[in-house]
Design a protein around this ligand. Structure first.
Ligand code: DLL
Length: 439
C-alpha cells in the first residue's frame, strides 16, 4: 500500500475460504484488513482522523490485532453528530444504498454501502443461511421490514445470493402472512422472534395448526430473545429456530449467525468484523467474560466503524460449528434496556425466561415502571393461556413473583391481563413502558 491513497481502495481479499481456514490464517487476514480499515477511515473520515490525532495514534501504529485496543471508541452519539452522511468514507457517487436505524430517540443513524459492501453483505447472509441449514432452491418467507430498516432488504439480497426463492412479504398484515405461508409453502421464515409468536397465535386463532405448515427453519433476530422463547416457538411451530445477529451501524443482519447443528449462540463472521468485549471502565476483557460488545469492521468501504460500542451485553466464546470464528452468547440484553429497580439490575429477558418456565403463563407480557412516592415499582402485565380458571392464573402469577424475588432479588407486581389485550408484535417488540415521568 502506498502512502498516497486513491480515494477508495477495496479491502484485501481472502486467499482461502474463511469458513474453513484455521484461526492463525484468519487472524493474519484480520490484521491485514484491520490495517486497511484504519488507514481508510483515517484518510477519508474527518471524525476518525481527529479522534486518532487526539489519541496520538496513526494508522502505521497498528502492527498487531492487539493494537486495536489503542484506538478510540466510536459511539452512537458520534454517528448521530455526523448526521446524515458525515461518516461516509467514500464519495456519494460510490454509494449504492442507504439505510437508517430509527433508534428510540433523536435523529436516525444513517449508514451507506458501496457495491462491494452490498456484495459482501449478500455473501454473509448467504453464509448465514447455509449455517442455518438452508439449501439452495428453498423458499424463504422474508417478514423482516423492508425499507430503511436493514432487516428486509439485507436478508433479501442474501436469500437470492444463496440461490433460494425469496418471498418479500415484509412485516405486518399478519392475516396475509398466514395466508401466504399456507399458499406458498415456504421452507424458511425470517422475522423477529416476537413477530413469529404473533404469527403462531394468528394460526391458532384461525383454528389452524401452526405445527402443520411447510416451515422447517425460522431465522430470528433483531431483538433479544431467550432459549425459553426458542423452545416455545419450536414447540408451537414444529421447526428449528436459530439466532441471527446484526446491527445497522456495523452492516445489518448477518454480522453473526447461529448454526442449526449446534444452536449455541451466533458465530461472529470474524473475517469481516473484529469483536471485542469491554467492561464498565471501557477496558477490554478476556474471552469468556461478560461485558459490552464492540466491533471494528474489517471490509466496509462506505461506512467503516472503529471500535463501535454496540451496548449489547454478551461474552465471546470459542467457535463450535465454525471452529476458527468465535461465538457470542445469545444476547439477552442491552445496557440501555436494563431496568434498575431499587438498585437491582433487571432485563426484560430475565422475566421472559422465568415466565416461560411456569405453566399457564405466555410470552405475551409487558413491563410497566411506575413510581409510588419515591419508590420505583415494576409491574409485569402478562397473559395466561386461554380458558384457565382464575385461581390457576393467580397461582401462576404468584409463582412468577416468587421466582423473580428468589433469582433476581427484587419484588415486582404481577397482573394477569385478558388474553389478546396486550399489543402484538409486528417487528421489534416494545416490552418496557416507563410511566414514571408522568406521575
Ligand atoms: O436489527 C439488524 C437485524 C435485522 C438483525 C434482522 C437481525 C435480523 P438495528 O435495527 O440497527 O439492526 O438494531 C440492532 O438489535 O444492537 C441488538 O441490540 C438487537 N439485535 C439484533 N439482532 C439480535 C439478536 C438490526 N439476534 C440491535 N439477539 C442490536 C439480540 C439483537 N439482539
Amino acid at each position: 500500500m502506498t502512502d498516497i491513497l486513491p480515494v477508495r481502495v477495496a479491502p484485501p481479499a481472502a486467499s482461502a475460504d474463511p469458513e474453513t481456514m484455521d484461526r492463525a490464517s484468519l487472524q493474519a487476514l484480520q490484521l491485514e484488513r484491520l490495517q486497511w480499515t484504519v488507514r481508510h477511515a483515517y484518510e477519508n473520515v474527518p471524525l476518525y482522523r481527529a479522534k486518532f490525532d487526539a489519541a496520538g495514534i496513526a494508522p502505521g501504529d497498528i502492527r498487531s490485532l492487539a493494537d486495536v485496543e489503542r484506538l478510540p471508541f466510536t459511539t452512537k452519539e458520534d454517528l448521530r453528530g455526523a448526521y446524515p452522511f458525515g461518516m461516509f468514507a467514500v464519495p456519494m457517487d460510490e454509494v449504492r444504498r442507504i439505510h437508517a436505524s430509527s433508534g428510540t430517540t433523536g435523529r436516525p443513524t444513517v449508514v451507506g454501502y458501496t457495491q462491494g459492501d452490498l456484495d459482501r453483505w449478500a455473501e454473509l447472509i448467504a453464509r448465514s443461511l447455509r449455517a442455518a441449514g438452508v439449501q439452495p432452491g428453498w423458499k424463504v418467507h422474508n417478514a423482516y421490514g423492508y425499507g430503511l430498516f436493514t432487516g428486509g432488504l439485507g436478508a433479501h439480497a442474501g436469500i437470492e445470493r444463496l440461490g433460494c426463492v425469496v418471498i418479500p412479504v415484509s412485516g405486518g398484515q399478519t392475516a396475509r402472512q398466514v395466508q401466504l405461508i399456507r399458499d406458498f409453502e415456504p421452507d424458511v421464515i425470517m422475522c423477529t422472534p416476537s413477530y413469529l409468536l404473533t404469527i403462531a397465535d394468528a394460526f391458532e386463532e384461525q383454528g389452524l395448526d401452526a405445527r402443520a405448515t411447510s416451515l422447517k427453519v425460522a431465522i430470528c433476530g433483531a431483538e433479544p430473545w431467550t432459549n425459553e422463547m426458542r423452545r416455545e416457538l419450536e414447540r408451537r411451530m414444529d421447526l428449528k429456530a436459530v439466532d441471527i445477529y446484526g446491527l445497522s451501524e456495523v452492516m445489518g443482519p448477518g454480522v453473526g449467525q447461529e448454526a442449526v447443528a449446534t444452536q449455541d449462540g451466533p458465530h461472529i463472521w470474524e473475517d469481516h468484523f473484529l469483536p471485542e468485549v469491554i467492561d464498565d471502565d471501557l477496558q477490554h476483557v478476556a474471552d469468556g467474560e461478560r461485558g459490552e460488545l464492540v466491533f471494528t469492521t474489517l471490509t466496509k468501504e462506505a461506512f467503516p466503524v472503529i471500535r463501535y460500542r454496540t451496548r449489547d451485553l454478551t461474552r465471546l466464546m470459542p467457535g463450535s460449528a465454525f471452529p476458527a470464528m468465535r461465538r457470542i452468547e445469545k444476547i439477552t440484553g442491552r445496557n440501555d434496556d436494563m431496568i434498575i429497580l431499587r438498585g437491582v439490575n433487571l432485563f426484560p429477558t430475565q422475566i421472559e425466561e422465568i415466565a416461560l418456565e411456569i405453566e399457564h403463563l405466555t410470552p405475551h407480557f409487558v413491563l410497566e415502571l411506575t413510581k409510588r412516592g419515591r419508590m420505583d415499582e415494576l409491574t409485569v402485565k402478562i397473559e395466561c393461556t386461554p380458558g384457565i380458571e382464575r385461581a390457576t392464573s393467580e397461582a401462576a402469577a404468584q409463582i412468577l413473583q416468587a421466582r423473580v424475588k428468589e433469582r433476581i432479588g427484587t419484588t415486582i407486581g404481577v397482573e394477569i391481563v385478558p388474553t389478546g389485550s396486550l399489543p402484538r408484535s409486528e417487528g421489534k417488540y416494545k416490552r418496557v413502558y416507563d410511566l414514571r415521568a408522568r406521575e
